[in-house]
Design a protein around this ligand. Structure first.
Ligand SMILES: CC(C)(COP(=O)(O)OP(=O)(O)OC[C@H]1O[C@@H](n2cnc3c(N)ncnc32)[C@H](O)[C@@H]1OP(=O)(O)O)[C@@H](O)C(=O)NCCC(=O)NCCS
Length: 274
């Protein structure tokens, strides 16, 4: 009898969770009956509730939603979108194409927001330790470069001299600061990094979508890993749209370039075994 009780407790605790409580006829998410949430909260509010345990206030929800809207797609040149389309043309179902594409969202493409929040956090911590703002930015940037290399996450773009998404998001951040909804500390740090980069490189290396959404996620209190996680949620929309569009086309087995276009071979010239 005792053994049976222990086994039941062991089984119940095995996947213990604070997120959702399900019983026959009852589904509570973070304590709220699902039927009260349905029709009352938006999808971004639901994401926040799931990840953070509470519902966001109006200002938080609106800034969070803006970041999610901004990063849904960047066209077939973006590796994640290209992968989605190529995978679909090779016969993968939508979920397979989405999984393949989302796997490419790492430090260099799409996932830089995680590293960006870590970088911003390190600079904010230096400020909290009493280092003057300009010095904190330079020290944080140098420490990053020393350990992770010269590319600062969240800055630079292959196509856009200025990323229009970053500009609009930063304007929304400024409006939220004015309303007292967020502190603006992370926005100041990101702008400081941008200015330092411009000065060091002698040319602008402007904040990109990952840098700007990282500002928002950090201002809203998201952990660095979640900055990447929620970016993946947003980009999943574009990935799915492109997979779906590609699925409707009678094209099979598409590679990264039209087959008529050669790539450059850099190996040994033709040679023979004898
Ligand atoms: C996005 C990215 C790959 C585009 O790179 P690119 O435009 O091809 O830039 P290049 O690699 O040709 O670099 C050109 C110059 O700008 C500098 N530069 C570009 N992005 C930089 C960055 N994020 N931090 C510091 N310097 C950067 C390079 O150091 C290089 O300068 P150098 O000639 O003195 O070495 C690059 O900016 C990057 O890796 N950014 C960080 C990751 C990121 O935010 N990714 C999300 C993209 S939306």
């Amino acid at each position: 009898m005792t053994q049976a009780f222990d086994a039941a407790t062991l089984a119940a605790d095995y996947w213990s969770t604070s997120i959702i409580d399900i019983h026959p006829g009852s589904i509570n998410v973070r304590g709220f009956p699902i039927q009260e949430l349905i029709g009352a909260v938006s999808f971004p509010q639901m994401i926040w509730l799931m990840l953070r345990g509470e519902l966001p206030d109006k200002a938080q929800a609106s800034l969070f939603e803006a970041a999610l809207v901004a990063s849904v797609d960047h066209g077939p040149h973006a590796p994640s979108i290209a992968i989605s389309r190529m995978a679909t043309s090779c016969g993968l179902p939508l979920n397979g194409a989405m999984a393949s594409a989302i796997n490419a969202l790492d430090d260099v493409h799409g996932g830089a927001g995680q590293q960006a929040v870590e970088l911003y956090d390190s600079i904010v911590a230096l400020g909290d330790a009493g280092v003057a703002s300009g010095d904190a930015i330079a020290q944080g940037v140098d420490a990053f470069i020393e350990t992770k290399g010269k590319y600062l996450p969240g800055f630079g773009h292959r196509f856009h001299p200025v990323d229009p998404r970053a500009v609009k998001l930063l304007a929304l951040v400024d409006a939220s600061v004015e309303q007292g909804a967020i502190s603006g500390r992370y926005a100041a740090v990101a702008r400081g990094i941008e200015a330092l980069l411009k000065q060091r490189k002698n040319k602008p290396v402007p904040m990109n979508i990952d840098g700007a959404t990282a500002v928002i996620y950090a201002e809203l209190g998201f952990a660095p890993e979640l900055a990447r996680g929620v970016f993946c949620l947003s980009r999943a929309v574009g990935i799915l749209s492109h997979a779906w569009e590609q699925r409707g086309r009678n094209e099979r087995n598409k590679g990264p370039m039209p087959r008529q276009m050669a790539y450059t071979y850099t190996g040994k010239p033709e040679r023979h075994l004898t």
